[in-house]
Design a protein around this ligand. Structure first.
Ligand code: DAH
Length: 356
């Protein structure tokens, strides 16, 4: 009997220490099975009660029940503790720190060139101009002939113009046969001709868009860039109208404290013609590296529409006069933001683009 009591004592204390050390519900269950299960150590003792003397049975039975009671209580208590621990760690894991900065969604912005073009459009729309579109693929008629460019004008060379089909230029026999070749427009000026063909004066229009030239990209050239063409045709339009309009434009874009100057120039489709410079924003006109020491930066070409050009497009030059201008959008962006290299606009580098 003493041996059975001793054994019960050991079973009890071993079970209690294993329960105390159990790290999971599974551990706990394996202790339960080992002690209280069908083949468990305590169950085995109870089964062997038959071999004890009848007077020993109540004593051993009571001790066994006692051990079972303590083991069951310890199991229940440990189970509760493990469940509470699991709940705590689950709460800790899934907790949201509401003070943490959120992940900002990546929002795109308008490209600097699109923004500048839109801003220039607004200035002219504010003066009552229409905004019209023109084709990128043009004919030599619209890009050159109708703009008064002579047949031997150097800009017609395939070195200065992208021809869409094999150029006939330079081959007199083929030149004579071909009335008009296809090319990528080298300027937005052909839209002037489309506008004059499509509507009668008064015409007040601008036309922004891309133009193409076989130039290698460098700090001052791009093979593809953006121009904004302007055309006004109405009764009694003078050079004073041109100057007033473009002065208003340059102040609106560059600020009131920037001066402008008109330098005589030549364009085949305007007479007289001028190039317009705006005073350098970096040095305030004193002369610096940005303006190559001159104090001035060129921003556009302009002039009074040549009577020939009006006539070719079916407008009576005795009745109407007009002015035209062509502005380089990338140049305006560079001058406004003091960008040293046109290619910066083409890289798609977000660190640069996101600044505007
Ligand atoms: N088309 C000219 C160029 O690409 C720019 C220009 C100059 C346009 C004078 C005009 C103008 O309308 O009147 O260089």
């Amino acid at each position: 009997m003493m041996a059975a009591l001793q054994e019960l004592q050991e079973i009890g204390s071993e079970a209690l220490s294993r329960i105390g050390a159990a790290a999971s519900l599974a551990d706990l269950d394996s202790v339960r099975v080992a002690v209280l299960g069908k083949k468990g150590s305590l169950t085995q003792i109870l089964r062997s009660m038959g071999s004890l003397a009848p007077e020993e049975r109540p004593l051993v039975g009571k001790a066994a029940n006692d051990v079972r009671g303590r083991v069951e209580a310890a199991l229940a208590e440990r189970k509760g503790a493990l469940e509470a621990e699991a709940l705590q760690s689950k709460i800790a894991e899934s907790a949201i720190d509401v003070t943490m900065p959120g992940r900002a969604p990546h929002v795109g912005t308008q490209h600097l060139i699109s923004a500048i073009v839109e801003e220039m459009e607004q200035v002219f729309v504010g003066m009552g101009y229409d905004v019209i579109d023109g084709p990128y693929v043009e004919t030599t008629y619209y890009n050159f002939d109708a703009l008064n460019a002579p047949a031997d004008h150097p800009s017609r060379s395939p070195r200065d113009t992208f021809y869409v089909a094999d150029p006939v230029h330079g081959d007199p026999a083929r030149e004579a046969r071909a009335e008009s070749e296809l090319l990528l427009r080298t300027q937005t000026s052909p839209v002037q001709v489309h506008a004059m063909e499509a509507q009668k004066p008064p015409i007040y229009m601008i036309s922004p868009g891309r133009v193409f030239r076989p130039d290698t990209a460098d700090a001052n050239h791009l093979p593809q860039f953006t121009q904004i063409e302007g055309l006004v045709v109405d009764g009694g339009i003078t050079f004073g109208d041109l100057k007033g309009t473009l002065d208003h434009f340059t102040r609106a874009i560059f600020g009131k404290d920037r001066a402008t100057r008109y330098r005589p120039h030549f364009f085949p489709f305007t007479e007289p013609s001028a190039e317009v410079d705006v005073s350098c924003g970096v040095c305030g006109g004193k002369g610096c590296r940005f303006c190559k020491g001159t104090g001035w930066l060129e921003i556009l070409g302009c002039g009074m529409v040549d009577p020939n050009v009006l006539e070719m497009s079916g407008i009576d030059p005795e009745r109407y006069s007009g002015f035209a201008f062509g502005i380089g959008a990338e140049r305006v962006a560079c001058l406004r933001y003091d960008l040293p290299d046109l290619r910066m606009l083409m890289t798609g580098d977000m660190r640069f683009l996101a600044q505007f």
